[in-house]
Each structure stands twice: as C-alpha cells, then as structure tokens.
Design a protein around this ligand. Structure first.
Ligand code: ATP
Length: 407
C-alpha cells in the first residue's frame, strides 16, 4: 500500500472522470474558484454533512439548527466588521474587500447587500429569535450548514481555496467565565470528528494561533491543519470570539441581545466558542486520506478507502455473467431489495467481474455482491470487502443486515 506522487493531480482527475467534481462552466473554459459537484461528489458531500449534523447537532440536546438567508443586509456585515475589514492585500499594497457585493430590489429601493462570507453572522442575528422561541439555558449552541462566498484573489489547489464553498459552523453560547471548559470540549469534539469522517489523524495537527496572528475578534484560536499534497494548511478553525459579535450587533441594531441568568437574576451577554469547518476542505482531506494505489490478487488498482458511512455508493450488485437471464434476474431481485433497505446501491453487469470491482474500488464502494450459479442452488451470494478483497458467502435474506453491520 503506497501513497503516490502527484496525489492532487490524481485526485482531480479521478474526481472529474468518475463524476465527483467538475470545473464549473467547463464548456466555457471554466470559472476560476468555482466547482460543480457531480452525482458521487454530491453524495459524498451530503453524507459528510449528515454525519457532522448528527455528531454536532442532532445527537445533542443543547443545539438548535437553522438555515439563514445567504444574501445578507449591509448593516449586518457593517456591524460585524466585514464591510470595513474583510480584505486581503493586493500586490500594489492596497486592500481588496473579498465580499461579493450585490444589490437587492430595483430602482430607488435598491440596497447594497452581500453574499455572506461566513455562515456565522446569520446565527448571531438569530440569537434573539432562538432565545425567545425556545428559552434555552446556557450553555447552548446554534448550528448551520450552508454556502459562503469569498472573492478570493487567487483561488487555487482545487476545492481548497474556492470562491464559493460550504461551511458547517456552531456558535456555542456560554457564561463568560465558562469559556475555557467549552473551548476544550469543542477541541476534543473536532478531534473526534477528524477520525470519524475518515481524515488521516497522523496528518492532522492542532496549531495554537499566536496573539499577533489571531482575527481581531478572537481571544484564543486553534487552527486544525492538514498535510495536503500542497503543504500543511488550515482545515478548520476553533475560535473564542468573546461577546464581540453579540455586543456589536446589539449596539448597531439597538436591540438588546442578552440573556437573563436565572441564578443571579442578572442580564449577561453570552460569550461564544466557534468550531468552524469547511465542507469542501473536508471532502479534499478525506479524498487525500482515502486514496491508495495498491495491488490486489496480482492486479494494480486505485482504491478510495472511504468510511462506509460517507461512501457515495454502499454496495454494488453484479450477476456473474451478463448473458445468463437467471443470474441477471436473481441479481436484480437482490438489487431491488437492497435499494429499499440501504438506498445507495448500484447494479452493474458491464464487463468482466474484475473490471467491475476496479470501478467500484475507485469510487470507494465498501461492498460488492456477486450472484453466481451456486447462488441459484444455495440461495446465497458472495460479499466482497473493498479493502481486503476477502469474499464470504452470505444467505440472500441476510445481505442487508450483513452490509449494515459494517456501514
Ligand atoms: P484561510 O486562512 O485558509 O483563508 P480562513 O482563516 O480565512 O482560511 P475562516 O474564515 O476561519 O478561514 O473560515 C472557516 C473555514 O472555512 C476554514 O477553516 C475552511 O475550512 C473554510 N474556508 C475558508 N475559506 C475557504 C475557501 N476560500 N475555500 C474553501 N473553504 C474555505
């Protein structure tokens, strides 16, 4: 099992060839910084988001999920500091604000707006709504998964630095003196996530960001970095944002954004811990961790050793031979049943079995089921494991359970 040279080129090419990720507007020469996810990439990305939602939101009692508007009112981003400060230096020394500006409405009613540069602000502006509707007790979090847009001066390294990307963010509200505990809790959770999603933990590193390099709003930041093929780069961030955002929005909107502490009967402005995770950087780190070129049964292959939970296809069903109607019929019956039980299942009768295995290995399908003549006699089929190549015979009625056991 070996890692390969030019890993990024190989991943980019596999993604295009096998329907994971395409350059956006490719028939018009492409569009720097924009990428379109194809069927397998879309499925992989959705599975990653679902796993994150489960671990960070759905399995917990202290989390509230929202889906805020992507086009953001000028006032919001003025108060958050983005209008004045969300900029990168240009070669000539001037600064370029990397927000995409647009306008909402026609004629005299038109007002300046922005495509949100992060999902976080939609959370802060809904803080009062969540408190009023749900009366949560501190600590609690509001979470959101959604698109973010940054007019990056030089988009590069495939989906690592894009102009349109997705984030998974939590703003976790705490009593000011309890921030350290929450920070350490989310640090551990992010560490757990890295392994759960299938990112090679030996290539992930936590970097305590020094005072001089932290964002203006943060009193402590840890960058989670990953050894990408183009170097060690930021994968995720964990920041202690103090009460910076709530205080600034309260000041600018003149709406009180506080929380009544029942114990002391005093109003406080909660402080915030923010785990911020990029979906696309997760996809890339997962692909870099899962891509292997190895040899199985004397044949070279490319394999994506994806965790079954995030694999775009969970199982492929094959009749041993295409021209034997009884095999095809049995295989289609199994396929139909599994499709109901598992969902992400494909049927393939094209080419020899070896080729079909290679095709599924390349997209990371954890299991392949083959129906042969013994299946018709004995009512079982072979289940082949992607990573080891080992095959076992499983009774047809037990196939779904067998596959679900390991996914
Ligand atoms: P960088 O320093 O790499 O530009 P950042 O510090 O500006 O990143 P944050 O503002 O902390 O990034 O954004 C949170 C997360 O959003 C990042 O950790 C990353 O996963 C993701 N992200 C940020 N910018 C991009 C981008 N241009 N393309 C893809 N993902 C991004």
């Amino acid at each position: 099992m070996e890692k390969t040279e030019n890993l990024l080129d190989k991943i980019v090419s596999l993604c295009k060839r096998r329907g994971f990720i395409y350059p956006s507007a490719e028939i018009y020469g492409g569009f720097a910084g924009f990428w379109d996810y194809g069927p397998y990439g879309f499925a992989l990305k959705n599975n990653i988001k679902q796993l994150w939602w489960k671990m960070f939101v759905a399995d917990r009692e202290d989390m509230y999920g929202i889906d805020a508007a992507q086009i953001t009112k000028h006032d919001v981003l003025q108060a958050s500091g983005h209008v004045g400060g969300f900029s990168d230096p240009l070669a000539d020394g001037s600064r370029f604000n990397t927000m995409f500006r647009t306008s909402a409405g026609a004629g005299e009613d038109a007002q300046t707006a922005y495509l949100r540069p992060e999902t976080a602000q939609g959370i802060f502006t809904n803080f009062k709504n969540i408190v009023d509707s749900f009366h949560p007790e501190l600590p609690f979090g509001i979470a959101q998964i959604g698109k973010a847009f940054r007019n990056e001066i030089s988009p590069r390294d495939f989906i690592f630095r894009a102009r349109e990307f997705e984030q998974m963010e939590v703003e976790y509200f705490v009593k000011p003196n309890e921030w350290m505990l929450a920070f350490e809790f989310w640090q551990k959770k992010m560490h757990e996530w890295i392994s759960a999603v299938g990112i090679d933990a030996t290539k992930a590193h936590e970097l305590e960001v020094p005072d001089s390099e932290r964002a203006h709003y943060s009193k402590r930041t840890i960058d989670f970095e990953f050894d990408f093929p183009f170097g060690r780069k930021e994968l995720y961030g964990l920041a202690y944002r103090t009460d910076f955002d709530l205080s600034n929005h309260a000041k600018a909107s003149r709406v009180e954004l506080s929380y009544l502490d029942e114990e002391t009967k005093t109003k406080i402005t909660p402080h915030v811990i923010e785990p911020s995770l990029g979906v696309d950087r997760t996809v890339l780190a997962v692909l870099c961790s899962a891509y292997f070129e190895d040899e199985l049964g004397g044949e070279k292959r490319v394999v994506l050793k994806l965790k079954p939970a995030i694999a775009p296809i969970k199982v492929a069903v094959f009749p041993l031979l295409k021209n034997k109607p009884e095999l095809v019929k049995k295989a289609r019956e199994i396929f139909t049943d599994l499709k109901i039980a598992i969902g992400a299942v494909v049927f393939d009768d094209n080419g020899n079995i070896g080729k079909r295995y290679r095709r599924q290995d390349e997209i990371g399908t954890p299991f392949c089921i083959t129906v042969d003549f013994d299946s018709l006699e004995n009512g079982d089929a072979t289940v082949r494991d992607r990573d080891s190549g080992k095959q076992e015979r499983v009774a047809i009625p037990d196939l779904a359970t067998r596959i679900q056991k390991d996914s």
